[in-house]
Structures are given as structure tokens and as C-alpha cells.
Design a protein around this ligand. Structure first.
Ligand code: S3P
Length: 411
């Protein structure tokens, strides 16, 4: 499936533009449907024409007539908070039970420094978020955590603000916003870990969405651990801010081949093949963390199949994703017989272990469900029961069909 981060941005930036945007490869999944409904509520029209999704922006974004429900999607909620700060009128953004537990102060604080009028539940900590859009002024933001959602919210507000808006991150997070805005004609200045924009309106254009490495990760990790396996993913997004998993797979001893590298619409892509090998433990910490943050639940499961110790540190952000992913994977893998020790910012896993069957509480978190569906293959035939699989539709509706096709015989 198409990359989720790029898909959200294609719809949202298309809705802000002066002209039409034509998107190929858009992810057809619930999180992206949430962004689509939101931009429609702001006056954009989104239609499918042949194999393309066409976004026609309104003359000016308008005040939504109702609460905007972002479902399970943190990216929708945080990026929209940035945009709506600059749109005159009142907006209320909410989401499902998982999203309503996720922190929003990280966008509220910097946007307020630009003059935005925002409030949220529980002392401005949690959604719903109320935005009263109005005039904004540029600001220089120095972020405490590397977050593409926060960076993007600030830059998007910056498009509506007077003067320059810059964001400096402690480590580089995914840069899809910078790349797509540039592709749509917005001058974006980058200097080391700082990105800056001025008042500007994108002009729209063409977006060709690459394959999502965060979705491919489940099959790539399955292939790495299961003797005799090989998986090739064609047209996979290989933006260097996203490819930490490939580095980790190599460090663990898996065979990773990257072929046919090219750049399409400003985003690198390639055909990636992973072959099984004897895996060994590795250390994952520091700068690589934002480059594989969404893949870490799967990497935790994979590490149970590697000989020796795998250590993950500096990954406290995992605790504020669709669920507390460190706790969710830690408890689940321990119940499946893994040797795992949890830290506030990571874990240590000692392998290799043949996992046992387990019942998984998926906590409205698609990546917990899919990681444990792959981990079932590491049990060599035991039963892994997922209490809810509807969450998988947020990013990868065809996951189980694909899993049956690739690994049906192994279960
Ligand atoms: C995303 C950024 C990441 C990632 C999320 C999608 C994005 O979160 O975990 O799934 O599309 O910008 P951060 O804001 O923590 O970087």
C-alpha cells in the first residue's frame, strides 16, 4: 500500500493549494479517509478519476460546519491543528479512544507562540482540540523531541503567518512535508536540523505516492527470520529518513538487496529484497530512532528470533503512539515466552526463543496487531489470538490477505 505519511500530505497540501493536485498510489485506508473527510469539510473536493485521486482546493479554506473526527490518526489531528490555526473561524478536532489519549501540547505550545488561539482537554494535554483561527506571526521553534508531526504543524501554520517560521529538531525526523511543499513550489530552506518557510501558498501538482516501508516492514521482518524465506517489495519508498529498518536488518545479519533506485516526484524509491539468515542481536539507539520509530514494535518481535542481546534505547516516543507500544509489545512478548526487559525508553531482548501462543490485546493499535500476526509465524504453529483486528484497516486493509498469500502454508 501507498505511504501513509505521504498520502495525508498529498490530500492536505492539495487542499491548501491554488491549483489542482493529482495523486497516484494514494493509500486507501481509514487514517487517510479521515484526512480526506477533513479537507472536504474545509471546502476541498476529492474525486477519483481513472487511477488518480484529484484534489480541487476551494478558493479559501472555510470554517468546518461540524467537529472534525480524525479517527485513529495522529498525523491528521496534528497537521490539521497547524493548518486550522491560520483559517479564520472555529474548529474542533477529535478522534477515537486511542487518539484522545495522545499528547497535543507539543503542537499547542509552539502554535500559541505564533499567535494561535488553541485549547484542549485536561489542561491542554489531550484532544479534543479547539482552534480559533486567525492572523499568525512567524516564530523560531526549537523542538525537544524529533517529531515530523510537530515540525509539519509549525511549517503549515508558517505558510499562513507573517514573516519566517523555522523549526529546529534534536534529530532529523521524516522530511516528506519539506519535499512535497518544495514540489508544489513553496520555497523551503533547510540548514542542518533547521527547516524554514515564509508565507506562501502551494500550487498543487502531481504526487506519486511510494510504497509504505512501515507496512512492508512486517513482511520484510518475517522474511528475515523464517528460514528459506525471501520477500521482494517493488516501488518501496526509500527516503533516508525512513530506512532505519533496512540498516537494522543488515546489522542483524539478514540479506538486504536494494535495486532499481530512482526518484519519483521528489521521493526516492527502490525494489527491496530481504532473505532469511541466522540473525544476531544488535543495538538500536540515538539518531536512527526517528528513522524506524513505527517499525520498532515489529523489530521487538523480530529480536526474539535473533541470537544474543538486542537493545533498543532513546525510544520513549513509543509510549505515546496509537498505544504505549513499549508496554504493549513488552507484555505480549513476555507472555509469549520471550526474554525481555523493559526500560522507560526502550528494552533489552535476549534470543533466540521459540515463541508460544498468546492472546493479544491490540489496544486500537494496528502495528501491535500486525507485529503479533507476524510473530505467530515465530511460534511454528501455535495459536496467536488478536482480540481485535479492525484496527489494521487504519493503515493496511489488505494485510491479512497478503499474509495468507505469502505465509499461509507456514501456519
Ligand atoms: C508521522 C510522523 C511520526 C510517525 C507517525 C507518522 C507523520 O510521528 O510515528 O506514524 O506522518 O508525520 P512523529 O510526529 O512522532 O514524528
Amino acid at each position: 500500500p501507498g505511504d501513509k505519511s505521504v498520502s495525508h500530505r498529498a490530500l492536505l497540501f492539495g487542499a491548501l493549494s491554488t491549483g489542482e493536485t493529482r495523486v497516484t498510489g494514494l493509500l486507501d485506508a481509514e487514517d487517510v479517509h479521515s484526512t480526506r473527510k477533513a479537507v472536504e469539510a474545509l471546502g476541498a473536493t476529492v474525486r477519483t478519476e481513472g487511477g488518480e485521486v484529484v484534489v480541487t482546493p476551494p478558493e479559501k479554506l472555510r470554517e468546518p460546519a461540524d467537529v472534525i473526527d480524525c479517527g485513529n490518526s495522529g498525523t491528521s489531528l496534528r497537521l490539521l491543528t497547524g493548518v486550522l490555526s491560520g483559517v479564520p473561524g472555529l474548529s474542533v478536532l477529535t478522534g477515537d479512544a486511542s487518539l484522545r489519549k495522545r499528547p497535543v501540547r507539543r503542537v499547542i505550545d509552539p502554535l500559541r507562540r505564533m499567535g494561535a488561539d488553541l485549547s484542549a482537554r485536561d489542561g491542554d494535554r489531550l484532544p479534543p482540540v479547539v482552534v480559533r483561527g486567525g492572523p499568525l506571526r512567524g516564530a523560531r521553534h526549537v523542538l525537544e523531541v524529533a517529531s515530523a508531526q510537530v515540525k509539519s504543524a509549525c511549517l503549515l501554520a508558517g505558510l499562513f503567518a507573517e514573516g519566517e517560521t523555522s523549526v529546529t529538531e534534536p534529530e532529523r525526523s521524516r522530511d516528506h512535508t519539506e519535499r512535497m511543499l518544495r514540489g508544489m513550489g513553496v520555497p523551503v530552506r533547510t540548514d542542518g536540523l533547521t527547516v524554514a518557510v515564509g508565507p506562501s501558498r502551494p500550487r498543487g501538482g502531481r504526487v506519486d505516492v511510494p510504497g509504505d516501508i512501515s507496512s512492508a516492514a512486517f513482511f520484510l521482518c518475517g522474511a528475515a527470520a523464517l528460514p528459506g524465506s525471501e520477500v521482494t517489495v517493488r516501488g518501496l519508498g526509500t527516503n533516508p529518513t525512513r530506512t532505519g529498518l533496512l540498516d537494522v536488518l543488515r546489522a542483524m545479519g539478514a540479506k538486504v538487496e536494494v535495486a532499481n533506485e530512482r526518484e519519483v516526484a521528489g521521493e526516492p524509491r527502490a525494489d527491496v529484497t530481504v532473505r532469511a539468515a541466522e540473525l544476531r542481536g544488535t543495538e538500536i539507539r540515538g539518531r536512527i530512532i526517528p528513522r524506524l520509530i513505527d517499525e520498532l514494535p515489529m523489530v521487538m518481535a523480530l529480536a526474539t528470533q535473533a541470537r544474543g542481546r538486542t537493545v533498543i534505547r532513546d525510544a520513549k516516543e513509543l509510549r505515546v503512539k496509537e498505544s504505549d507500544r513499549l508496554a504493549a509489545m513488552g507484555e505480549t512478548l513476555a507472555a509469549a515466552g520471550a526474554q525481555i526487559e523493559l526500560f522507560e525508553d526502550g528494552c533489552a531482548i535476549e534470543g533466540a526463543t521459540r515463541l508460544r501462543g498468546v492472546t493479544v490485546r491490540t489496544r486500537l493499535d494496528h502495528r501491535i496487531a500486525m507485529s503479533m500476526a507476524i510473530a505467530q509465524l515465530f511460534t511454528r504453529g501455535a495459536e496467536v489470538v488478536l482480540d481485535d483486528v479492525a484496527c489494521v484497516a487504519t493503515s493496511f486493509p489488505s494485510f491479512f490477505r497478503l499474509l495468507d498469500g505469502l505465509a499461509g502454508g507456514r501456519r
